[in-house]
Design a protein around this ligand. Structure first.
Ligand SMILES: C[S@@+](CC[C@H](N)C(=O)[O-])C[C@H]1O[C@@H](n2cnc3c(N)ncnc32)[C@H](O)[C@@H]1O
Length: 274
């Protein structure tokens, strides 16, 4: 039986080149315009505030577009991801753009060691990150170890309520079909596609994923001695999480077309290490 990391890494390694080539990640935009910032980070900006001069780490940075965006807002950034193909694309992107950003290949739970015990002013993560991790307590311990006293966690993530919904209902109903709370056993998915526009054909299609309830996330951070400084739920998310039932706005955010106020689609959580 393969370890969940091996299974998920194979899936991400195959998707990273397709994502890098997709118009949705718009790598050319980062190369052509040194002021270009991803839509994800543009959305975060009002809550993120001024990050200039901060030393930051971006956990599960994928191909580096949000990491570079944070660097362009003035933070000194390192991105970390366990997928060699993602890290390779991220490094090749900064080689083309000239942004001063480092990328480290590591499992998120091994981040403190992989980053040589360095502590940061800002830990940034999210948008499809927590669902790959079996234990939210272990993640919170990792975050705490990476923060300096006074350092801040910023996460904007798909809402656990959204993750619990069936996303392929032909009748347009919102139906809870997957766990809301963390369970030991993963949800095992078999999906040939990905979330960007691509013609690529994939073979590593199995993933192992976990949900974590909002209360579990907050409680795990509190247990590590972090103080929660902000928790905002949003009615939108930056991908079409309920295909056929959502409408995209000018900022690239998707929300339910019919009565979007029914569903918390994502949230922004901020916490400070005391
Ligand atoms: C959906 S992406 C993150 C999205 C990112 N916000 C973006 O769009 O650029 C999820 C990332 O998590 C990484 N990942 C999954 N499990 C991981 C783990 N255990 N340790 C480190 N990275 C992991 C994957 O390689 C992938 O790059």
């Amino acid at each position: 039986m393969k370890d969940y990391r091996e299974i998920n890494r194979a899936n991400w390694d195959e998707r990273a080149p397709a994502h890098a080539a997709s118009p949705d990640y718009n790598l050319q935009g980062f190369i052509d315009d040194p002021g270009h910032i991803s839509q994800v980070v543009l959305f975060d900006r009002p809550l993120l505030g001024d990050i200039s001069g901060l030393r930051g780490v971006h956990l599960q940075c994928h191909i580096g577009t949000d990491t570079i965006s944070l660097s362009r807002l003035g933070a000194l950034m390192t991105g970390l991801d366990f997928s060699p193909a993602s890290i390779e694309r991220a490094r090749s992107l900064v080689a083309s753009t000239g942004d001063d950003v480092d990328f480290v290949e590591s499992d998120v739970y091994d981040a403190a060691q992989a980053l040589d015990g360095e502590q940061f002013d800002l830990v940034f993560t999210g948008i499809g990150a927590l669902c790959w991790l079996p234990s939210i307590s272990r993640w919170a311990a990792t975050v705490a170890a990476l923060l300096k006293p006074g350092g801040r966690l910023f996460i904007r993530e798909g809402h656990p309520m959204l993750w619990s919904l069936d996303y392929a209902r032909p009748d347009g109903l919102l139906v809870v079909s997957s766990p809301y709370f963390e369970r030991v056993e993963p949800e095992v998915w078999e999906e040939g596609g990905t979330y960007v526009e691509t013609t690529a054909v994939f073979t590593a299609n199995t993933t192992h994923e976990w949900n974590h309830g909002l209360g579990e996330i907050v409680t795990a951070l509190l247990a590590e001695g972090l103080q929660i400084t902000g928790l905002v739920e949003h009615d939108s998310v930056p991908w079409e999480a309920q295909p056929g039932q959502m409408t995209k706005d000018d900022q690239g955010e998707w929300r339910l077309t019919d009565r979007p106020w029914r569903l918390p689609a994502s949230y922004t959580l901020q916490a400070v290490r005391l």
